[in-house]
Design a protein around this ligand. Structure first.
Ligand SMILES: Cc1cc2nc3c(=O)[nH]c(=O)nc-3n(C[C@H](O)[C@H](O)[C@H](O)COP(=O)(O)OP(=O)(O)OC[C@H]3O[C@@H](n4cnc5c(N)ncnc54)[C@H](O)[C@@H]3O)c2cc1C
Length: 449
């Protein structure tokens, strides 16, 4: 018996047509869609889940990092990130931590609702519970994608396509050149915990009682949830030993992620504060993936130019978030900052090793106050009307550790939507587009580039 079947040919109705079709509704995809819509395109946005927001909503990851340079003086990120934060702040659903280069903490449920509103205001046709499943292309042109939803299978025609699925599913189906690092940063299943954690020494609890609950001494973090008293967002344990670019591993990761949440809460219920009853109030609807696959483009971001703040003619992103790499089991988490500081933390702070990469390299002079990424990171060699964005970005492991955070990916999304609008307007080939025009259009639309 053959290991394959041949799917019978069938006619598929064209259910929608647009100038731009964006697949994937995290802020990367939504911001691409909004930028393009504001530049006059008719835009369709496809999302397989019930809401927009991606990892920030379905994964409960509710931190956007600083919009300022490392001195905390010059604002280097604005655009739709700032607009969204301002609107969240106005509904008491986001605040800036009161410290140098503080992060923005937001309420993910409020972000989901705000993104609905922003999509509607910008006249974006939204298709939720709709799953991208195949692509039809001819030569260098993507012509149609095929989606599945409760109406069945349907085709969507567009003049330009942006793959914001995070995993580059369209890019994969187009056979675009890709690579996966030997070692992928592990995922984490986040959850909301109700209960007073002040004075709870988690490191001691895990070292003394972790084994009883099947919990390792693993680095993790937690934060408040804007506007929600008594609730913390917990990201305490990684799921190790899985490659979430593989379907079976992804299932295992979800199951293990939920087991770890339950184990963590059980440990607190037994050994946490006596005056507190701990409860899970919300669990991520999708495990948070840090890394899967990357797609090759004309520019690959790499460690040294990033950390030394190389400047480009056509920047599309400014950032300061440090290189932040989560290693496999036992390897801890490593940070490399623009000012030279570096550290690796093992377990819940059980051991840490520090250093200074600038001194090690003999670099003198002022460290960079922020880094940039140029337009060419969006452009592949094969397709004229297609861009893949999000965590698929082309970067070495260290540069990826810095670029993968949302204030950076949001800007990449905005740049992709802008490039799409310029191409559609002029019936131009992405590969021939002058990146400086993308930068200028982004600036004109409010980006601090
Ligand atoms: C635990 C954890 C903590 C993190 N902490 C931070 C932090 O504090 N701050 C920060 O800025 N970043 C943080 N990051 C990184 C950041 O959250 C992610 O890198 C980023 O959100 C990825 O964005 P994305 O747009 O590439 O993908 P996603 O957010 O995954 O968005 C992809 C979207 O595409 C949709 N999609 C996928 N396939 C299909 C399909 N076939 N059809 C239709 N739709 C589809 C998905 O449902 C999803 O909505 C963290 C990541 C993790 C996992």
């Amino acid at each position: 018996m053959s290991d394959f079947i041949t799917e019978p040919a069938r006619q598929i109705p064209v259910i929608a047509e647009a100038d731009l079709c964006v697949v994937g509704g995290s802020c990367t995809g939504v911001f691409a869609a909004i930028r393009a819509a504001r530049l006059g395109l008719r835009v369709i946005l496809i999302e397989r889940q019930n809401s927009l927001g991606g990892v920030a909503v379905s994964g409960l990851v509710n931190i956007w990092h600083t919009l300022n340079d490392t001195d905390d003086r010059e604002q280097i990120i604005s655009g739709l990130t700032e607009e969204t934060l301002d609107r969240l702040k106005a509904r008491k659903a986001a605040y800036l931590e009161n410290r140098k280069n503080g992060s923005y903490n937001f309420n993910p449920s409020e972000l989901a609702i705000l993104l609905d509103e922003m999509a509607a205001e910008n006249k974006i046709r939204l298709m939720l519970h709709t799953y991208y499943s195949a692509v039809v292309s001819s030569g260098s042109e993507v012509q149609t994608i095929i989606v599945e939803n409760s109406d069945g299978r349907g085709a969507i025609r567009a003049r330009f396509f942006i793959d914001a699925t995070g995993d580059g599913f369209i890019a994969r189906d187009l056979g675009l050149p890709s690579y996966a690092n030997d070692y992928l940063q592990p995922p984490t299943a986040c959850f909301h915990l109700q209960g007073n954690m002040s004075g709870v020494d988690l490191r001691r609890l895990v070292l003394e009682h972790g084994e009883e609950f099947g919990l390792d001494d693993d680095w993790g973090w937690s934060t408040d949830v804007a506007g929600c008293k008594g609730i913390t967002m917990r990201a305490d344990q990684h799921v190790f030993g899985v490659r979430c670019d593989r379907a079976d591993d992804l299932t295992r990761a979800e199951l293990e992620g939920r087991r770890l949440m339950r184990a963590f809460v059980a440990m607190l219920q037994k050994y946490g504060r006596d005056d507190t009853s701990y409860a899970l109030t919300n669990i991520c609807s999708s495990i948070g993936l840090r890394e899967t696959v990357h797609f090759k483009t004309r520019f690959c971001a790499s460690e040294l130019p990033l950390l030394t703040g190389e400047r480009y003619e056509a920047p599309i992103l400014n950032g300061t978030y440090p290189c932040d790499i989560h290693h496999s089991s036992g390897g801890g988490i490593s940070f490399k900052y623009l000012d030279g500081r570096e550290s690796t933390i093992y377990g819940k702070g059980t051991r840490s090793v520090g250093g200074n990469w600038r001194e090690r390299m003999g670099l003198t002079g002022e460290p960079a106050k922020y880094y940039q990424v140029p337009f060419d990171i969006l452009v592949g060699d094969r397709m004229r009307n297609f861009i893949a964005v999000g965590r698929v970005l082309n970067a070495d492991m260290t540069a990826y550790g810095a670029l993968r955070v949302m204030v950076n990916l949001n800007q990449i999304g905005e740049a992709a939507g802008t490039a799409a609008a310029l191409c559609v307007d002029e019936n131009a080939d992405l590969r021939e587009l002058d990146g400086r025009r993308v930068t200028k259009t982004l600036r004109d639309g409010g980006s601090a580039l």
